[in-house]
Ligand binder design. Structure first.
Ligand code: NDP
Length: 240
């Protein structure tokens, strides 16, 4: 039986590249998304990958959504917690809602998805969870106390859950991407982006497929000895 994976935020950007890479490995993929039905439909028709809409920040929605995937496709072996949002601003300008939305989706989503799927992985003796963190969770970033805190939290969450899964055949790892050429980075003002690229030793933004390759390794049988680890894929921007 092919493995079954859920990729949150899987219908565009880095998530789309991850879905395609896992599909190429023979894994049956379910792509979750947050609200853009048009984009999701176009993605599903183009790739043949089933799409499921729910808010990863909503605990019950994650339990229900994962149960639906299990009913329609099969037991979930692999979860890639990729869905993420930004609500940038200096502390003075950041509202509590901006703080809370980012914590709820980016960090809360990892907890919610693990609650829905980790017990099943443990009971079957095999599983893979990959959490998409960020260079800005490792190094901090001006105007991103919410995002940096949530992504930093993902790295701690990963190391803690990895200890619970280690003897049960379930690995839990994180990937910390640097700046990748997706819609999220397209929203960064051009002058700010130029300054960021100037600080990347390899001299360019990363590509979504380069993050997907890291995920492919971590979820493969060859990745079985890697757990509690953070793979920094950032063109040398933060050597950590
Ligand atoms: P995009 O903004 O391009 O895509 C985000 C995806 O997440 C979309 O599929 C979106 O769905 C989904 N999503 C957003 N909110 C929710 C939600 N509440 N519930 C379910 N799905 C949701 O993001 P990227 O591809 O750029 O980033 C992917 C991940 O990588 C994020 O976690 C991001 O923080 C991280 N990252 C990105 C970097 C970059 O340079 N791009 C750098 C470092 C980390 P919909 O289309 O329906 O809105």
């Amino acid at each position: 039986m092919p493995r079954v994976a859920i990729v949150t935020g899987g219908t565009r950007g880095i998530g789309e590249a991850i879905c395609l890479a896992l599909q190429k490995m023979g894994i049956t993929v379910a792509a979750n998304y947050g609200g853009d039905d048009v984009k999701a439909k176009e993605f599903s028709e183009r790739t043949g990958i089933a799409v499921y809409r729910w808010d990863v920040g909503d605990h019950q929605a994650c339990l229900d959504g994962c149960a639906r995937v299990e009913d329609e496709i099969g037991a979930v072996d692999i979860v890639v917690n990729n869905a993420g949002i930004t609500r940038d601003g200096t502390l003075a300008r950041m509202s509590f809602e901006d703080w809370n939305d980012v914590m709820r989706v980016n960090l809360g989503g990892c907890f919610n998805m693990a609650k829905a799927t980790f017990p099943g992985m443990v009971s079957r003796g095999w599983g893979r969870i990959v959490n998409i963190g960020s260079i800005n969770g490792q190094a901090g970033q001006y105007g991103q106390v919410n995002y940096a805190a949530a992504k930093s939290g993902i790295h701690g969450f990963t190391k803690a859950l990895a200890q619970e899964g280690a003897k049960k055949g379930v690995t839990v790892n994180a990937i910390a991407p640097g700046y990748i050429d997706t819609d999220m980075v397209a929203a960064v003002p051009a002058d700010v982006l130029a300054k960021i690229v100037a600080k990347i030793p390899v001299g360019r933004l990363g590509h979504a497929r380069e993050i997907a390759r890291g995920v492919s390794f971590l979820v493969s049988e060859n990745g079985g000895f890697v757990t509690g680890s953070t793979l920094s894929l950032n063109g040398g921007q933060h050597m950590y």
